[in-house]
Design a protein around this ligand. Structure first.
Ligand code: GLY
Length: 428
């Protein structure tokens, strides 16, 4: 039965969860992870491969007879790694460059939504040589707050919610002056702020059909009560109680169906995971952003719920047979609490010894992210160090199981939010 050699690209908590789930597949022969982390090495072979060198990835796939490449992060997708591999006859789970523009270019995504009447906030776009026009537009606005978005990938640092013209003016200057943001903000999107509650919906697509896997809510800010700086995500829970069956039906009709059809009409059929960042507003679901991959840490709460064989779904997606599949998820709640290094999302120290994972119990899964092995000892090596995922028959139970196990793990300077999942309890 085991027929597939798979190369998984990435090395974060999302990829640890993907490796864990893929390793359960009856179809899996060998799993390679590039670069992986100490957690993924329990489920496959971590390899050192420069994934920015697409020819090297092709060579590796040929040498090891890799049947499917699963690309975890957005950057290689947006840069066209899938196109390169497919042009050499290697199958990929993940969108091609033109389709990954849904995440890679905010301007493309907004214009696409307008063209295909997909609900989203009203917006205007500006190119970087028209900064004065952007400033002028902002000064004349009478609706606040306003949202500024850099067009390109900015590792979650390209979006600002501004309460006044003065603040927006400062942020506009920041786009020009900050080296990292300059590249991403060649073009800018300025849009209305949407009021409501955010939810993330994950959809598996094969270019023609699409199946909802599951949904979750992320906690992007560093501090309890959604305060402080934005991060990659400090925790998540699933399912998102605000996304009931009626809402899912609307999301399918008003957002997913026109997105799939629209991308076909744009001659960029969408395959892989489509991550809908939504605002559930009093008028219905609206798109905040599209992403071309699984969310991190949402992936860590979605995959444990999925009853299907993930590799079977990925192969079906690659072979455009997704319409044959029925997605099944269990009835449990999941809550992921991210343990971070002191100072994250700013600067932080690495190399802190991690202890206690062996004391965690079967009510929790541990997905490593910023970890490394030093002289055989597990140490911190990143901002987000690991996610502790509790599960339970109620959201409260899942939260309790996550925090009970967080308490068993320690490293110097460990920081975590204490309120993951709390806002979900308000809806139950
Ligand atoms: N958790 C947010 C993201 O993956 O973009």
């Amino acid at each position: 039965m085991a027929t597939h050699n798979v190369l998984l690209i990435g090395g974060g908590g999302r990829e640890h969860a993907l490796a864990w789930k893929l390793s359960q597949s009856e179809l899996l022969k060998t799993l390679f992870i590039a670069p992986g982390n100490p957690g993924t090495s329990q489920f496959g072979k971590n390899i050192s491969l420069d994934i920015s060198d697409a020819d090297r990835v092709v060579l590796f796939c040929r040498n090891k007879k890799v049947d499917l490449v699963v690309i975890g992060p957005e950057k290689p997708l947006v840069e066209g790694l899938a196109d390169h591999l497919e042009s050499h006859g290697i199958s990929v789970f993940g969108p091609r460059k033109e389709a990954a523009k849904l995440e890679g270019s905010k301007m493309f995504a907004k214009k696409f939504m307008k063209k295909y009447e997909i609900p989203t906030a009203s917006f205007k776009t500006f190119s970087s040589d028209k900064f004065d026009e952007a400033l002028n537009y902002i000064e004349k606005r009478d609706r606040w707050p306003v949202v500024l978005k850099a067009d390109g990938l900015a590792a979650g640092k390209g979006v600002f919610i501004c309460e006044s013209a003065e603040e927006a003016g400062q942020r506009l200057k920041q786009y020009r002056e900050n080296d990292m943001l300059k590249e991403a903000s060649d073009r800018l999107v300025i849009e209305d702020f949407m009021k409501g509650e955010e939810a993330s919906v994950f959809v598996m697509c094969d270019g023609h059909s699409a199946k909802i896997l599951h949904h979750a809510q992320d906690h992007k800010r560093i501090g309890d009560g959604d305060t402080g700086l934005n991060t990659g995500g400090m925790g998540a829970y699933s399912p998102a109680p605000i996304v009931d069956d009626h809402m899912l039906d609307r999301i399918e009709r008003e957002i997913i169906a026109p997105t799939i059809t629209g991308m076909q009409l744009e001659e960029a059929p969408y395959k892989g995971i489509l991550y809908l960042g939504l605002m559930i507003t009093p008028k219905g679901p609206k798109v905040v952003e599209y992403n071309c991959r699984f969310g991190d840490p949402e992936c860590q709460v979605i995959l444990p719920s999925l009853k299907n064989d993930l590799l079977d779904l990925m192969v079906a997606s690659e072979e455009q047979r997704l319409d044959e599949k029925e997605i099944q998820v269990d009835e449990l709640f999941r809550c992921c609490v991210v343990l971070a290094s002191e100072g994250y999302p700013g600067s932080y120290q690495k190399g802190k010894r991690i202890s206690g994972i062996e004391n965690t119990d079967s009510n929790a899964l541990i997905f490593q992210a910023g970890t490394a092995l030093e002289h055989g000892e597990l140490v911190t090596s990143g901002g987000r160090v690991m996610g502790v995922v509790g599960s339970g028959g109620t959201l409260q139970q899942a939260i309790d199981h996550a925090y009970d196990n967080v308490d068993k793990i320690s490293f110097e300077g460990a920081y975590w939010r204490k309120d993951i999942g709390k806002k979900g309890l308000l809806h139950l």
